[in-house]
Design a protein around this ligand. Structure first.
Ligand code: ATP
Length: 248
């Protein structure tokens, strides 16, 4: 039977009169790559921040790995990794030192060779040539990669990536896509992923959630969207635009 990793019920975040996230109910099952699609300001980051416990909801509830009390959620969040907005890195420290800080913070035991394990992580995200370079000297794309490596230090079962392709060049975008697929297939990590690049998203997502002005318009499997798009001879972008127009 499939296991639900994240379940939200009428999850809401209101800032003054603005409902950044408005009664969103969705479920993400183990093994999925859930693509979160929405225009600027749709509420994707706010939703992710609530799931990570960085901000509190003003309404509704959420369950992670089947639990929902504040204490249990804090425990379960140790099984998660996240890259939300700009990665928080120590600019005066090298990539490796940044990972080491995260390893100590999470109290991760990598056996006798923690350094090797962290170097392998940097290799995995394509930073093998910058292991000892200070993070402050990194390009935007390199920072994104380091942010992903930091999110992976805790060996997460559930990974949240908020627009991870921002700042990456076309090859970087392609490599990130390969990385996401690899993490999902080989490490069995469930992934919640937001991106403005719908063409990229269409190549990796197994399921989509369409968010508009804080409201979830629809969740649909990639297979269903593919079928509809093939029938109507349209791209994912057009499917999303049609959905938006219907909800205007
Ligand atoms: P983008 O794709 O541009 O990153 P998004 O889908 O991630 O957008 P959010 O950043 O979640 O959208 O913002 C959703 C709405 O909530 C926006 O109207 C935003 O202005 C508002 N908002 C977000 N954070 C705050 C805050 N701390 N205080 C007030 N309003 C906020």
């Amino acid at each position: 039977m499939s296991e639900v990793i994240l379940k939200t019920t009428n999850l809401t975040k209101q800032y003054g009169k603005v409902k950044a996230v408005d009664q969103v109910s969705l479920a993400i099952e183990r093994g999925e790559i859930f693509g979160f699609i929405g225009e600027n300001g749709a509420g994707k980051t706010t939703f992710m921040r609530m799931v990570c416990g960085l901000i509190y909801p003003t309404g509704g509830s959420l369950e992670l790995f089947g639990v929902s009390s504040a204490k249990e959620l804090a425990q379960m969040r140790k099984k998660m990794g996240a890259l939300i907005e700009h990665p928080a890195v120590y600019p005066n420290m090298s990539a490796l030192q940044n990972l080491e800080i995260q390893r100590r913070y999470l109290d991760m035991d990598f056996g006798k060779e923690p350094k090797k394990a962290l170097e392998e992580l940097l290799e995995l995200v394509g930073l093998q040539d910058a292991i000892h370079k200070k993070a402050g000297k990194f390009s935007l794309g390199m920072r994104q990669r380091l942010g992903i490596a930091i999110a992976l230090v805790g060996n997460p079962e559930f990974l949240i990536l908020d627009e991870p392709t921002i700042g990456l060049d076309p090859i970087g975008v392609m490599e990130l896509r390969e990385l996401v697929l690899k993490l999902n297939k080989e490490r069995h990590i469930t992934i919640l992923f937001s991106s403005h690049n719908l063409a990229e998203m269409a190549q990796i997502a197994t399921c989509y959630g369409f968010l508009h002005k804080g409201k979830l318009l629809e969740t649909i499997t990639a297979e269903e969207v593919r079928k509809i798009c093939t029938e109507k001879n349209m791209k994912l972008e057009s499917y999303f635009v049609e959905l938006l127009l219907k909800n205007r």
